[in-house]
Design a protein around this ligand. Sequence first.
Ligand SMILES: *[C@@H]1O[C@H](CO)[C@@H](O)[C@H](O)[C@H]1NC(C)=O
Ligand SMILES: *[C@@H]1O[C@H](CO)[C@@H](O)[C@H](O)[C@H]1NC(C)=O
Ligand SMILES: *[C@@H]1O[C@H](CO)[C@@H](O)[C@H](O)[C@H]1NC(C)=O
Length: 528
Amino acid sequence: MHQLWAVIAVAAAHGLSLARAAWVDTDTPRAAHSTFSLHTGQEYRLVMSDEFEKEATTKNDYTNAALHYYHKDKVTTTNGYLNITTTNEDIEFDYWDERAKRFKTMTKVYKSGMVQGWNKFCFTGGIVEVSAALPGEAYIGGLWPAIWLLGNLARATYTSSSDYTWPWSYDRCDRSDAEHAAHQIQQEISACDALKHFDMKPFTGRGAPEIDVLEAMPGRDPYSEFVVGKPYISTSFQVSPGTERKRPVLGKFPQPGMWYEDGIEYGKNTSQNLYFYGSKLIHDPPSRTYWADAISANHALSPTHFNKQHIYRLEWQGGAEGYLRWYIDGAFVYGMTQGTFNRTGAKVPDEPMYLLFNTAVSSMWGFPAPCPKHLHCSCDCWDARDSRCQCAIPKNMGELFPAHFLIDYVRVYQNPSHKSQHVGCDPESAPTAKWIAGHASYYMDPSDTTYEYPVPHGGARCRHGRDCGGGACVRRSCRCNEHWTGPNCRAPAGSDDQARIRGVKDVIKALLPPEHPRVPKALAGRYC
Ligand SMILES: *[C@@H]1O[C@H](CO)[C@@H](O)[C@H](O)[C@H]1NC(C)=O
Ligand SMILES: *[C@@H]1O[C@H](CO)[C@@H](O)[C@H](O)[C@H]1NC(C)=O
Ligand SMILES: *[C@@H]1O[C@H](CO)[C@@H](O)[C@H](O)[C@H]1NC(C)=O
């Protein structure tokens, strides 16, 4: 049983910028230093980019002009791409068994990668543009690639940090009825609380909402119950509080007056996602109820999305006139406004959020569901190499490996005339640093000694000066000048917020098997 799930190499973007330009990759063409909102026509300026043009100088770490990722071997930069590889191979690792109170060894059979900018590069509002070719094949299930944003109060895959913060985007105290009240108790930082610590303001609700730029699903799987036919991506906003008693039946269109209607718009080839209205999960212990709505659309793709670069764009503006809008190659896909949430009182996020790129492997996405009983074979193993597992896995899944999620660039733009848009993981408007420091164990694994790692100042192995960005190669080791930092001196010095240096360690983070109560909630929310 212990072989499901991708093992995630969590990598971290590096450096918190006060000067916006510090995040901009010097390889970004001038013409891409500004963009116009496809919604309002206003001009936005580039505040962060990574073109992934610099090759990794050593296999295990690299620095790009503005971002630095510590990574395990499944995340590399090659040929101008951020390259997240997924393989079908055994990986053995230790994990903490809470019940036994000791480390145990587990073997999984897929290896993959995740890159996340938690506590390194965050932004509040703006435009995100990512050029990417999805991994795998349009008509073979098995991979779950995603590009998404998560509020900095939750460190993805560290479930204690997302418990009761994910995916709240709510700043009201409303306990008008029992059900709502019971639900709101699940908001850790709620507008009902007078006393606040760790920089939280009294009577102010906070949380870690989730915006999915995309989660890709391959086309028709002959066993799949969820016959959508074409490959598609889901674009979603996952948010608490959920609607009370107004959630439609899975697979069915909502009745009038149910669900979210106001301000929702669909582009061409896009329809309401009937297979994911969110989650009302009862965890163990049962007092842990995660009640989150997913306001989500599916947009049909063509095979070119799996082998060519396409441009995925999110426009995010908070506030009373706020909205979220998704585009592919400049064509409108899906949109919602602040008015969409008037009924529940949720908000378009105004939290600092960070970017994540990953390919997961999960029986909950693109896999046969439920297990086809008539085929009389095992549905409790998921190894594509093992003939006994063939019932449980998508047809021809083995052909996918190794798979590569190729991201050509990521660019973040903001509108300088919008005060609500800014860069930083600990902004005055929504601080996170003291909260994280005060709850450090939520953001760590039992084997970690800290969640903070100073960014190395030089030290990468080098052969030539050009391996060391803003520095020199001295006795085969990079030595940075005063303006640059990171192992390869490719991140601007001072871009870390002084005392709050928050490097993130290399970790191989295992997602725990489904029967385990600590399924990461940020992902668990997607399961329904
Ligand atoms: C992605 O990485 C894999 C393995 O590390 C490599 O074989 C492949 O050529 C890379 N793809 C590109 C386009 O660089
Ligand atoms: C919609 O799908 C059709 C058929 O696959 C395709 O030709 C067209 O470009 C798509 N349009 C958009 C906006 O996605
Ligand atoms: C949402 O609520 C605001 C403030 O009460 C109001 O101005 C706006 O018209 C509402 N929007 C919709 C779509 O109902």
